[in-house]
Design a protein around this ligand. Structure first.
Ligand SMILES: CC(C)(COP(=O)(O)OP(=O)(O)OC[C@H]1O[C@@H](n2cnc3c(N)ncnc32)[C@H](O)[C@@H]1OP(=O)(O)O)[C@@H](O)C(=O)NCCC(=O)NCCS
Length: 184
């Protein structure tokens, strides 16, 4: 997380106004937990940036079930990125045998004009920390084999390729499954 300073959530500022819990910041960008009111902006960012779209209900459902690991990036009061993740229990992507409590990054995106400023890395690392706090021992995700920018970013963060899913996406493209251990 380049130049990111962790700060602790404040309940209220000096005027008594309730502050949104900030989990990280880098420059003027802030990472905080997603709230219900943020979902329309999250859906807008998803439609602008990714071919994988979900029903509105899906976003609200993930937020209700996994509020700790659904984070947004904000600049001057406007949302410019998000990471939506959930906690699952199943076969480990990193150990040959055995079950694991896993964080699963369902979707991550940053608006195009804000890319290349470490916001994506910061969102990923903040989500990983939140997963660790929820006792996950690894984090995994699927990424299009053609999405070299995202694959490079994940590799730089320490993810390694744990598998390949042929025809994973609706248009027939394959996915790489990438995973990283948490808390090591
Ligand atoms: C993948 C994504 C979330 C990364 O977000 P980001 O904020 O650009 O991430 P970072 O700035 O932390 O890192 C991006 C890397 O791309 C490079 N980069 C530099 N300028 C860039 C630019 N204008 N646009 C994209 N990438 C750039 C940098 O090399 C940077 O690596 P570095 O830190 O070693 O310099 C973002 O590109 C995105 O939203 N893509 C579309 C949605 C998507 O593909 N999501 C992933 C699905 S699995």
């Amino acid at each position: 997380m380049h130049g990111a300073n962790k700060i602790y959530p404040t309940e209220k500022d000096e005027t008594g106004a309730v502050q949104k819990a900030i989990v990280a910041r880098a420059g003027d960008y802030q990472i905080r937990r997603c709230e219900r009111d943020d979902i329309p902006a999250v859906i807008e960012i998803n439609s602008e940036t990714l071919p994988e779209h979900y029903s509105d209900y899906f976003y609200y459902e993930i937020l209700a079930e996994f509020p700790e690991t659904f984070l947004v990036a904000e600049l001057g009061g406007g949302l410019i990125g998000y990471v939506m993740s959930r906690i699952e229990y199943g076969f480990s992507h990193l150990r040959r045998l055995g079950l694991a409590r896993k964080g699963h990054v369902v979707s991550v995106a940053v608006r195009e004009q804000h890319r290349g400023r470490s916001v994506g890395s910061m969102l990923m690392q903040a989500a990983q920390e939140a997963m660790l706090a929820k006792s996950a021992t690894e984090c995994y995700l699927e990424v299009r084999v053609s999405n070299t920018g995202a694959i490079n970013l994940y590799q730089r963060l320490g993810y390694r390729t744990a598998g390949r899913l042929e025809g994973y996406y609706k248009d027939g493209e394959a996915a790489l499954v990438m995973a990283i251990p948490l808390g090591q």
